[in-house]
Write a protein that binds this ligand. Structure first.
Ligand SMILES: Nc1ncnc2c1ncn2[C@@H]1O[C@H](COP(=O)(O)OP(=O)(O)OP(=O)(O)O)[C@@H](O)[C@H]1O
Ligand SMILES: [Mg+2]
Length: 263
């Protein structure tokens, strides 16, 4: 595989709160792109609690992102392929690695981006120094939340941080939606975050079932409600050009402004 001279797109998947579905989203985004034949790789940047390898049942490897960050290994020596789909992953090692931090992540993402059209970066939760390095390293950011006030208010903080740092936010993914009347609506979430909702993904038991089978949901149960939405999310992400996304953001801010005036 000859490295290209131009860089692909790097997409950071972040959230204010833990357990909202970032890793599920990263795995299935990679899976949809792999199905389409788009050259992509997932970097598991959750160096303290890596889970992509566990979700996909990748074989234990002594080499991981931590070694690449510390410049002990080249990134190509750490890449693993998912046996049944061929998806490429740069996993974090499960062993504790003293001194590893994401300080050098931008360099790694830049290098990897010369060989892949899409680099998906799975983040740990919260607003920590490591997450700041992820925001810094990626071209664009997707923010994941559940449809509740604590999740959305944490998501709003991250989005504000991105905006302050002139980082492009592609939008918000609302995961684990049940349709219960107490859940926040898309309008409310867009108004709170001042960003557009890309997709709502339902609560769906095929998600934990797919993890137990070590296969991404879009392969395991392609017609399940969550897989359909995950597919829709991936396609909207790669099909909507920057202009369209920016326009969607402007429209969402315009409607939020109108709502404020009339409420
Ligand atoms: N749409 C869904 N329907 C049902 N279960 C889901 C859904 N999305 C995620 N889950 C479950 O939620 C759990 C957490 O998902 P995941 O590991 O992707 O979250 P995370 O945001 O990456 O967590 P962390 O912040 O700890 O890294 C998983 O066990 C998964 O089974
Ligand atoms: Mg995770």
């Amino acid at each position: 595989m000859a490295p290209s001279t131009t860089s692909g797109t790097s997409i950071g998947i972040v959230s204010g709160r833990g357990g909202v579905g970032k890793s599920i989203l990263a795995v299935n985004l990679g899976a949809v792109l792999t199905k389409r034949g788009d050259k992509n790789i997932i970097i598991d940047a959750d160096i303290s609690n890596p889970s992509i390898g566990l979700h996909l049942g990748l074989p234990y490897s002594p080499t991981g992102l931590q070694d690449v960050l510390l410049e002990h290994k080249h990134f190509r020596d750490a890449i693993l392929a998912h046996p049944s789909t061929g998806m490429r992953v740069l996993p974090s090692s499960l062993k504790y690695s003293r001194g590893a931090s994401l300080r050098n992540l931008a360099r790694v993402v830049n290098e990897v981006g010369k060989a892949y059209d899409f680099t998906i970066v799975d983040s740990p939760p919260g607003i920590t120094d490591d997450v700041m390095h992820i925001l810094d390293a990626c071209d664009e950011i997707v923010v994941v939340t559940t449809p509740d006030v604590p999740g959305v208010s944490s998501a709003t903080k991250i989005i504000q941080l991105c905006k302050e740092n002139k980082k492009r936010v592609r939008g918000v993914v609302v995961n684990r939606c049940t349709g219960a009347p107490f859940e926040l609506t898309v309008r409310e979430i867009e108004s709170m975050t001042e960003s557009s909702v890309i997709v709502r993904i339902p609560e769906d038991r095929t998600i934990p079932a797919s993890i137990s089978m070590r296969v991404p949901a879009v392969y395991y149960a392609p017609d399940s409600p969550a897989s359909r939405k995950l597919n829709e999310f991936a396609l909207s992400l790669i099909q909507a050009g920057p202009r369209e996304t920016e326009r969607a953001g402007v429209m969402s801010r315009f409607f939020a402004w109108l709502r404020k005036i009339f409420s």
